[in-house]
Design a protein around this ligand. Sequence first.
Ligand code: SF4
Length: 89
Amino acid sequence: MRRDMPADRPDTRWMIDAACGRRLDLPWLADSTKVAPDDALTMREVCGHCPVFGHCRDFADRVGASGGFWAGTSYDARTRAHPGLGDVA
Ligand code: SF4
């Protein structure tokens, strides 16, 4: 039986295939100022091969993510560079 998501809740089923789920040793949720450059580079590489990259980027934008590392990008650094970007409408 297929269940559709309610219209007001973003679909998260794509997360099952997230490549970061197999690299839980990396600091995906850490403040970017505390992430070692090598770890940031490795996370970017993992994202670059992730089969759900587009879903991840769209989800982060849709929910107004203002922290963590999504789709090859640190969203807290992105929000600092562009104030208001992470605000939920
Ligand atoms: S693109 Fe998103 S889901 Fe895929 S590894 Fe990166 S952070 Fe995880």
